[in-house]
Design a protein around this ligand. Structure first.
Ligand code: G3H
Ligand code: 13P
Ligand code: ZN
Length: 312
């Protein structure tokens, strides 16, 4: 099976009350950890590549790794550009074999966001590629751009119909209180997503797939392990998984997770070196790190996304 777009995945997810996991990939071990879990659980999958990932690992290497995963797993896999920042970046990924791109012009004024998104949609659709757009601004860090909590803003439901009809985008990322990175909520506060905003958006866009970014839950066991083995991650708090499960049962069809994989990988490597200070073969410490990613993704697929055994 070749790479697929997310169109069919989202239709089934919307009707079935579950979501597809969109996991960020940066190297071979991450691709393998994610796809081995998905294969065991027969889960459909979105592997996404950020601008930073392309700069780090190179477009061709990442594309070929994902193509290898398609061959190895036989799963429907969508290769997606995460947070495309311009028409040119999106075009380069469309021309370079991606089946889905995100154009993130959410920091631009409404009319400009529509204009840029529409241009990407026209080019993408001409090439059989689907487009995710964003309305509303998430707090947190992505590609070294930091958006403070004060500068973030929830999606305004009264804008979504006009945005989707004028741009022709295929899915919409909205801001309901999630944010990027490991420090999403102040320690001691009770994280609460704005389900009222999600409900209002869904009412205005019946049947339309909604996307949640910034959806790592930052499991404390991993933060504690990192800190136990020499790290210093004070007050890292994420989105409660029961709230993500609820969102997945509603109109949310794609849930983005990156930080939790970073935590799993880093905790494993720190633990490994604490226990084997004399080792220096990368295969020795990357093997358990890859297994930690696999376990994390399996947990997300079964307990958060609900997309196990939905691949075929
Ligand atoms: O939303 C951002 C993702 O976690 C990707 O992060 O831009 O550091 O690759 P990155
Ligand atoms: P996290 O930082 O919460 O994992 O979010 C990742 C993301 O939204 C990628 O686009
Ligand atoms: Zn994101």
């Amino acid at each position: 099976m070749p790479l697929v777009t997310s169109t069919e995945m989202f239709k089934k997810a919307y009707d079935g009350g579950y979501a597809i996991g969109a996991f960020n990939v940066n190297n071979m071990e991450i691709v393998q950890g994610i796809t081995e879990a998905a294969k065991d659980l027969e889960a459909p999958l979105i592997l996404q590549v950020s601008k930073g990932a392309r700069a780090y690992a190179n477009h061709t290497y990442l594309t070929k790794l994902v193509e290898a995963a398609v061959i190895e797993t036989g799963l429907p896999i969508c290769l997606h550009l995460d947070h495309g920042d311009s028409f040119e970046t999106c075009k380069s990924c469309i021309d370079g074999g991606f089946t889905s791109v995100m154009i993130d012009a959410s920091s631009k004024p409404f009319a400009e966001n529509i204009e840029i998104t529409k241009k990407v949609v026209e080019y993408a659709h001409d090439h059989g590629v689907v487009v995710e757009a964003e309305l509303g601004t998430l707090a947190g860090i992505e590609d070294d751009v930091k958006v403070s909590a004060e500068d973030s803003s929830y999606t305004r439901p009264e804008e979504v119909e006009e945005f989707v009809s004028k741009t022709g985008c295929d899915s919409l990322a909205i801001a309901i209180g999630t944010s990027h990175g490991a420090y999403k909520f102040k320690p001691g506060t009770k994280p609460q997503l704005r389900f009222d905003v999600l409900e209002e958006v869904s009412k205005r866009l019946p049947g339309f797939p909604i996307v949640l970014h910034g959806s790592s839950s930052v499991p404390q066991e991993f933060v504690e392990k990192i800190n136990k083995f020499g790290g210093n991650m004070p007050g890292a708090i994420g989105v409660p998984e029961d709230q993500l499960r609820k969102a997945a049962s509603m109109s949310v069809c794609k849930i983005n997770i990156d930080s939790d994989l970073r935590l799993a990988m880093t905790a494993s490597i720190r633990e490994y070196f604490a226990e084997h200070p004399d080792h220096f073969d990368p295969r020795q410490y990357l093997k358990p790190a890859r297994a930690a990613i696999k376990d994390m993704v399996a947990h997300k697929i079964v307990d958060v996304l609900g997309c196990d055994h939905k691949a075929f």
